[in-house]
Write a protein that binds this ligand. Structure first.
Ligand SMILES: Cc1cc2nc3c(=O)[nH]c(=O)nc-3n(C[C@H](O)[C@H](O)[C@H](O)COP(=O)(O)OP(=O)(O)OC[C@H]3O[C@@H](n4cnc5c(N)ncnc54)[C@H](O)[C@@H]3O)c2cc1C
Length: 392
């Protein structure tokens, strides 16, 4: 087992991190264990985000950590990946919250913006002064957003007027900025605009009744005659193909979330089964329980190996949509199986928030469906295998 993850990384996959990166991850872990973990069950039950921990998390500077800078290094794909893994190992909502800004929004700015726009906004994103969220999905268009996206943007001089609706937008209530994807009424192409969350014509409504990721809040957004200037439009997003390029990147991030949540659920399951006595023995003693723990660890290890290799390839500039889709598809399916086994080995207590596995179990459902459902990601892979698109 590796030094960084002695309980859940038998193949030492975290050894791909430099000593400075590992030190930064340990610093993140210390804050998660002391400041965040104690709040999770209560806030999950309350269906609320513990906003008091945002300054703590932001203050860690995890997008450009001091240890890595002082070592003369630049945090890369693998560091960002294990940062996400560590957050998700603590809690799936925490990882989803942090990566909404550090992953989805930051990727949108850096890949979708011109070099000048990226240089202007990225430092603000790193400190969360610009707290941006990714607003693609709509009430009537989820999987078919590429062809269905109905929010419109109409240009008059240097001003764009946006009308439409977005759904499921994670963290929008805490955001300063909404990256709104809208179809240009002039050329029919999808473009993206940075809209202030409090702009006239923007209305947010919290989605109620979720049984998954209850800590991370999602919002419906109505956009009625919202006006923004042309310099808020990201210059390098001029079609849905450009949006797909962003999604190719962000799907890899979800694979890290799936791996981290598997680690959290697995470790909670080991903890529980080595503490609980039945028939005069710890339940971890029983063969059937050990088979489940073994399956969980194998699922995690295979998923993490795949995700680490994907990140290494991406770091080398070799992006392939089908590979990020395949990794998201595989890891989130293994997550679903793993959290179910974790819940199972905790018996009835596995459905109580206090034993942690219940939270991972419920939250896995969101990971399974967001950033492209299992089916849609499998169709991206299938198109690559066969050369035939089978979406309709
Ligand atoms: C917790 C959570 C957070 C989210 N956060 C964000 C966010 O921050 N920003 C954002 O823009 N979006 C967000 N989303 C939206 C998410 O990306 C969509 O839920 C997802 O793309 C699926 O769309 P849908 O839910 O409308 O399902 P639908 O598209 O309605 O699909 C329903 C079912 O039909 C299947 N299906 C659809 N088309 C096909 C097909 N051609 N072939 C086979 N099966 C098909 C799907 O796989 C699925 O099983 C979030 C979603 C969740 C649940």
């Amino acid at each position: 087992m590796s030094d960084l993850y002695p309980a859940c990384d038998p193949l030492n996959l975290a050894d791909v991190l430099t000593p400075a990166e590992q030190a930064a991850i340990r610093r993140l872990r210390a804050t998660l264990e002391t400041k965040v973990q104690p709040l999770l069950s209560e806030y999950w039950a309350r269906d609320e985000f513990p906003t008091q921990i945002i300054p703590e998390l932001v203050g860690l500077g995890m997008m450009n950590p001091a240890e890595v800078v002082e070592a003369g290094e630049k945090p890369g794909h693998l560091f960002a990946g294990f940062r996400t893994f560590e957050l998700a190992r603590c809690d799936t909502s925490m990882a989803t919250f942090y990566t909404a800004v550090a992953g989805l929004f930051r990727t949108t700015i850096n890949l979708g913006g011109s070099p000048e726009q990226a240089a202007k906004w990225d430092p603000l994103v790193q400190t969360f002064e610009m707290f941006g969220v990714f607003c693609l999905t709509e009430p009537e268009h989820g999987s078919d957003i590429a062809r269905g996206l109905a929010t419109t943007a109409t240009r008059t001089g240097d001003t764009w007027t946006i009308n439409g609706a977005k759904r499921w937008i994670g963290g929008a209530g805490m955001a300063t900025t909404l990256a709104i994807f809208a179809r240009d009424t002039a050329d029919g192409e999808v473009k993206v605009f940075l809209v202030p969350q409090d702009a006239p014509g923007v209305t947010l409504t919290k989605m109620e009744g979720k049984i998954s990721l209850r800590i991370m809040q999602n919002f419906d957004i109505a956009l009625t005659g919202v006006q923004v200037s042309d310099d808020t439009r990201l210059a390098n997003v001029n079609s849905f193909a450009d949006v797909a390029r962003l999604l190719g990147n962000t799907r890899s991030i979800v694979a890290w979330i799936a791996c981290g949540a598997m680690a959290g659920a697995y470790e909670a399951a080991v903890r529980y089964t080595t503490e609980r006595d039945q028939f005069g023995k710890k339940v971890a003693h029983f063969q059937l329980v050990q088979e489940k723990l073994s399956t969980m660890l194998a699922n995690l290890t295979a998923s993490l190996a795949m995700t680490v290799r994907l990140a290494q390839q991406e770091a080398a500039g070799a992006y392939a949509d089908e590979n990020s889709a395949m990794t998201k598809m595989f890891t989130s399916k293994k997550l679903r199986e793993t959290v179910a086994l974790a819940r199972e080995v905790a018996g009835g207590n596995g459905i109580l928030l206090e034993n942690d596995v219940a939270r991972f179990f419920a939250d896995a459902e969101a990971v399974y469906s967001y950033e492209g459902t299992h089916e849609i990601n499998s169709l991206v892979v299938g198109r690559s295998i066969t050369g035939k698109g089978a979406f309709v």
